[in-house]
Design a protein around this ligand. Structure first.
Ligand SMILES: C[S@@+](CC[C@H](N)C(=O)[O-])C[C@H]1O[C@@H](n2cnc3c(N)ncnc32)[C@H](O)[C@@H]1O
Length: 272
């Protein structure tokens, strides 16, 4: 029997695009992430997802990105079975269900209050998974979380919406609270952000992206406990290159583009 569908108060939100990209992947014969939870959530929402302004290739790039961060998160949990996970800007992502951590892991999904309200209507409750409706820039939410365990902070598709000061303040609060941990995130290059800011100024519009990284070592100076562990160019991830185009020529062109635009989008793993 079909249950009653959930209505959206806001449409064209970024978390709907990432959700839909993962749902489309799960419908394929050979999925990348196989996020069947994403597909189930899409089916519960009363909305025509075809209307979304989904970027070309999103059904490949978004599952590849999520799978990469799932991998780093799993590695951390395997090394620290008693730990805390902070999934910041979680949107409608089902990472906690995909990873299914042991009950010794305390998991926190954090996003803006209206997104968390929507999440509560769409996902079942889960033991040791707490939903927090707050801006990550508000210091209050972190004060509610015990700081006695190693922590992994996942910020997928989030930090570009914050200012540089907000990112540094957030990382400083986290590294000041927990004994040790990792922060993993994706970020655009500074040049890409400069371009977006210029375009927005010319159009007298609000810029869609705010923060990006140039030299990844600079963050170590701005947040002194942080040490860079890994920096990977997203456009050169083998699974992305393999899956982005059905033709050999398409993949070859993508490889060349990836070499020229190495810094445009990167995945970072810092530890402290
Ligand atoms: C592109 S979506 C990514 C969602 C999810 N991480 C994923 O990959 O599917 C960006 C998310 O960041 C959230 N977000 C933006 N600014 C935020 C803030 N200041 N505090 C908390 N969440 C924020 C948005 O509400 C949205 O859910």
């Amino acid at each position: 029997m079909e249950t009653e569908k959930v209505h959206l108060k806001k449409e064209n939100e970024t978390y709907l695009i990432t959700l839909y990209g993962k749902a489309l992947d799960s419908r394929k014969e050979h999925p990348i992430l196989n996020d069947t939870f994403a597909n189930a959530v899409v089916r519960k929402i009363d909305f025509d997802f075809e209307k979304l302004k989904t970027p070309k290739g999103a059904e490949v790039s978004l599952p590849v990105r999520a799978k990469h961060f799932d991998g780093w998160t799993r590695e951390f949990i395997a090394a620290h079975p008693v730990s805390t996970v902070l999934n910041l800007g979680c949107g409608l992502d089902s990472r906690v269900f995909r990873i299914d951590p042991p009950s010794t892991v305390n998991w926190y999904d954090v996003d803006l209050p209206d997104v968390i309200d929507l999440r509560k209507q769409l996902f079942p409750e889960r033991h040791a998974c707490v939903l927090i409706g707050s801006s990550v820039t508000d210091p209050g939410w972190l004060e509610r979380i015990p700081g006695d365990r190693p922590v992994i902070v996942v910020a997928e598709g989030l930090l570009q919406y914050l200012t540089e000061q907000e990112v540094i303040a957030l990382f400083s609060r986290i590294t000041g609270k927990f004994p040790e941990g990792q922060i993993i995130f994706d970020a655009y290059s500074r040049n890409m952000i400069r371009f977006v800011l210029l375009l927005a100024a010319a159009r007298r519009a609000r810029p869609s992206l705010l923060w990006g990284i140039g030299d990844s070592r600079k963050l170590e100076k701005e947040v002194p406990r942080l040490r860079l562990v890994t920096e990977i160019s997203f456009l050169t991830l083998p699974e992305l290159v393999e899956r982005i185009s059905p033709s050999g020529i398409g993949r070859a062109l993508f490889r060349v583009m990836g070499l020229f635009m190495k810094k445009m989008v990167r995945h970072f793993r810092y530890e402290f």
